[in-house]
Each structure stands twice: as C-alpha cells, then as structure tokens.
Design a protein around this ligand. Structure first.
Ligand code: FAD
Length: 458
C-alpha cells in the first residue's frame, strides 16, 4: 500500500482515553504516536463529566484511614452489575486504579482529592477521587496540554479517523484519516480506537438501547460510535451494547444538571401530580430511565438548605445556579406555584416524607433517609436522560479487541466508550466510576501493552 504517514501507534480520538494512551506510550519512550482528533473545540464526555475517578488502595484513602482493596472494589462492581462483567477484567482494572490516581497527581500534575461530600451508596468505601472543582474540564485540559507538549506525539486536531485499513489476513495495518478532500493513509503497527461511545448516534441507539433512544442525551455530541462500527467491520465482537449510564437529574430548560448529592443528601423527586413515585436512593443511572418513563418525562427535585450547602460549590451546581436553573423557595406553596404543582398534594407529600424519615420506614422503600426536609427549599424541574453508553468492542485484559472466537484482531485495541465496559446490559449495572475505570485505567494499560508489544517486535 502507499502511505502518506508512517508511525508506530495511531490513537483515534483525543478524549480521556485516547490522551492517556498517547501520554503513557510517549512517556515510556521509544515509540512514535499519532493522535487523531475530530474536533477539539467540541466538549468530550470527559469534559462533561463530574471528573471523579474511583480507585481502591490509594494513598489518599490510606491517609483517611480507609482500608480499601481492589478485591473489595471489584466485588462492588460485580454486585452492582449482577455478575455480568468479566470478573478477570474487572479485577485487573481495579488493581491498577490506585496507580493511575498517583500517576495523575505525581507525574501529570493533576490535583486530585478524595471526595467526601457525598456517600456513593453502592461503594463499600469512599473511593472517588476528583478534581477540586468536581469537573472533568480541567482534567481533560491538563491531559491535552501535556500531550501537545510531548515530542513523541503528533497530535492532529480536525483530523477525523475515517476507517481502518487491514491486510489480506485481517490484521489492522493503519487508518484513513483527515477532513473531506484531504483524507490520508496512515500506516501504523498498532491502532487504538478511543472515539468514545455511541450516545450521539440515533441509529445505534434505536438498535441497542431503544428505551432511551427518544430520551434527552446529556453526553458529548462527538460520541457517534464510528470506532465501534469499524471494529465490527474488522471482525470484532460486540458486548453489552444495551448497557448505559442514565442521569436522573438533568435540568432540561437550562441544559444543566444537579449534583447527585442534592438528592442523595436528603432531596426528593415528585412527579407532575406532586407525588413521590420511586425511592430516591436508587442509583442516579437507574433514575434516568425511571424519570424518562414518567408522564411528560419530567419531575421536580426538591432539597433543602443543608443538602444544598454540601454540594453548592461543585461545578454542576455553580453552573446550574448561574443559569438560573435552581429555585430557592421559602415555603411549600412557593415551590408548588413555581412548578405548577397542586399545593395541598405537595404539602402532604412533604409531610409524609418527613414522617417516613422520623419513623425510619419509607413506603417507597427508600433506605437512606438522611434527614427531614425543612424550609427554605431548593427545587428544579428535572428530566431523565442518557449520559453515555457502556457497550462496545469486546476486549481482553490488555485492551486488545477480540473476535467472536476469542482471538484478538491483530494490532487493534479499544478503550473508553469504544470498548465493552463493565456495567453489564442495564443502567442498573453502572456503578459510579465505571466510566473512568475503562477510560483512564484501561487507557494506561493499553499504552503500556502497546509499548511492550512493539519493543518485543523490534
Ligand atoms: C454527564 C456525565 C458525567 C460523567 N461523570 C463521570 C464521573 O464523574 N466519573 C466517571 O468515571 N465517569 C463519568 N462519566 C463517564 C465518562 O465521562 C466517560 O466514561 C469517559 O469520558 C469516556 O472517555 P472516552 O475517551 O471514551 O470519550 P470522550 O472523552 O468523549 O473522548 C472521545 C474523543 O474521540 C473523538 N472522536 C470521536 N470520533 C472520532 C473520529 N472519528 N476521529 C477522531 N476523533 C474522534 C471525540 O471528538 C472525543 O474527543 C460521565 C459522563 C457524563 C456524560
């Protein structure tokens, strides 16, 4: 074949996963990396995230006296997804999670701290590590700045990947890339697909996640699923395509979202009939579908000053506040009037909820009943949304893409939203942090494996 560019490794997609793969490979040294990005001016899922990374056995946890281990973490993931993820892959990711936190802090200079402001119900221990703003933006910015400054990486923005090139035996040997009219052929010994998931692809959503195909999408517009399609065409097997993370707390009128702590810290959600309809300590991923299924697909979240104070400083709440998405109301009547709810019903709903907290027993089965709701209240009209997809190309412990017979597609890797994740086939299977475990941690594993494989081949 005639080639326009020749390199050791092509990484397609410069989001969270692609940037970590490129950084890892280039920092280990001795390899030439081309990193392709469709359009860096469009926010990635990593930008749009809360930026909290779950990890077990970090020094931050140890300093806080938390006796966490990768085994406990893996057991939490498997409990949440009903044992449907590959146990070996799940454990392997958990085992590397602490290293990645330390690498971010020590070598990439990304400040991370232990998240203590909210309890993530299905995690045995506090193990979310976040940027002080609780936003993914500064993390993505730091990764891209670092990648742009490394001599071993050619970072090509506005250069979309267009497809894989394979030889007659089915081994991947390069990619097509570039804008219309300037598509180039790039030869590579290894190709890493890190184009994100398929949340912005209506056809793939209708085929694999029909229940959320019509729901609002709160993820990155760039996640159009082409890496998954190319992998499939190259002979790969798909897995967990029905899996996704939902979001129950999107404020549709302002295109912002609430921090989950507003609800888990004591808030409730009522429907347009002013009644509670589901236990609010259900995971925020499950809440996406639950709320989307309500009449009109919306509800009203109500929390109070104490719950608000715990999370008011987070990026999501600051943004919501600035956008005018949060109503502060002195009385139940004011909440009812602002959101068009029947005041008598809402008053009874709040009174019944406070009785349930006092008695420690909720008719809807909410087990975490942190406190009674007392005025002043905060409220927002919320809807259920799709955040990001969790299905994709089936991979092995090194991120190599697998065929239906279990053998790798030669030279091809996938990570982040492009790889089949560890959340099973339902939104219930998503445990907070599963996103970055298969993004940053898997990205690091892939970067290391690619370099080791190339060195062996030399
Ligand atoms: C609202 C929200 C909150 C979240 N919060 C968290 C959280 O706190 N913790 C957590 O663990 N997970 C969280 N997640 C999930 C997490 O953000 C994702 O799992 C993660 O960002 C996926 O990384 P990625 O690299 O696969 O995708 P992205 O970061 O979206 O990067 C994909 C990149 O590929 C590029 N691309 C796409 N197609 C092409 C192409 N053809 N050619 C070249 N480039 C291409 C895109 O432009 C983009 O730059 C959240 C997700 C959302 C939506």
């Amino acid at each position: 074949m005639d080639w326009d560019i020749s390199t050791d490794v092509v990484v397609v997609g410069a989001g969270g996963c692609g940037a970590v793969v490129a950084l890892t490979a280039a920092m280990l040294g001795g390899v030439d990396v081309v990193l392709l990005e469709k359009d860096a001016s469009v926010p990635t899922n990593t930008d749009m995230s809360t930026g909290v990374i779950a990890a077990a056995g970090t020094r931050l946890q140890r300093a806080a006296g938390i006796p966490d281990t990768p085994e406990v973490y893996a057991a939490d993931i498997l409990r949440k997804n009903g044992g449907t993820s590959d146990p070996a892959l799940t454990l392997a990711l958990c085992q590397r999670s602490a290293d990645v936190i330390h690498w971010f802090i020590d070598e990439l200079g990304i400040p991370l701290e232990l998240e203590t402001e909210i309890t993530r119900f299905d995690h045995t221990y506090l193990r979310m590590h976040g940027h002080p703003t609780r936003s993914g933006v500064p993390i993505m910015q730091a990764l891209r700045e670092r990648v742009g400054a490394l001599p071993g990486v050619r970072y090509l923005d506005r250069t979309p990947g267009r497809g894989l090139l394979s030889d007659a035996a089915g081994a991947v040997v390069g990619v097509l890339a570039g804008p219309d009219g300037a598509v180039r052929r790039i030869a590579a010994q290894r190709v890493v697909l890190a184009t994100g998931g398929f949340g912005a692809n209506c056809e793939l959503l209708a085929a694999h996640i029909p229940e959320m195909a019509q729901a609002p999408y709160f993820g990155a517009p760039s996640n159009t699923g082409e890496g998954i399609v190319w992998g499939l065409e190259a002979g790969a097997m798909l897995a967990h395509m029905a899996g996704y993370q939902g979001l129950g707390y999107v404020v549709p009128d302002h295109n912002t979202r609430l921090h989950p702590g507003a609800i888990t810290g004591g808030g409730i959600i009522v429907n347009l009939a002013a009644r509670r309809f589901e236990r609010e300590d259900l995971g925020y991923s499950e809440w996406g579908r639950v709320l989307h299924g309500q009449p009109g697909g919306v509800g009203v979240a109500i929390w109070d000053e104490e719950a608000h104070r715990a999370v008011a400083w987070t990026a999501q709440m600051v943004e919501s506040q600035q956008a005018g998405a949060l109503a502060r109301c002195e009385t139940v009547g004011e909440v009812a009037q602002r959101f068009g709810l029947d005041v008598a019903t809402l008053a009874e709903t709040l009174a019944a909820y406070n009785r349930a907290v006092a008695e420690g027993r909720d008719p809807l089965g909410r087990r975490k009943l942190p406190k009674q709701l007392i005025p002043p209240y905060y409220a927002a009209r919320v809807c259920g949304a799709l955040a990001h997809t969790q299905g994709g190309l089936r991979i092995d412990l090194h991120g190599r893409v697998l065929r239906p017979d279990g053998r790798p597609v030669p030279n091809l890797y996938a990570g982040g939203g492009t790889a089949a994740a560890i959340s099973g086939d339902t939104p219930e299977g998503y445990l907070s942090g599963n996103g970055f475990l298969t993004t940053f941690v898997l990205g690091r594993i892939i970067g290391e494996h690619v370099v080791a494989a190339l060195r062996r081949a030399m």
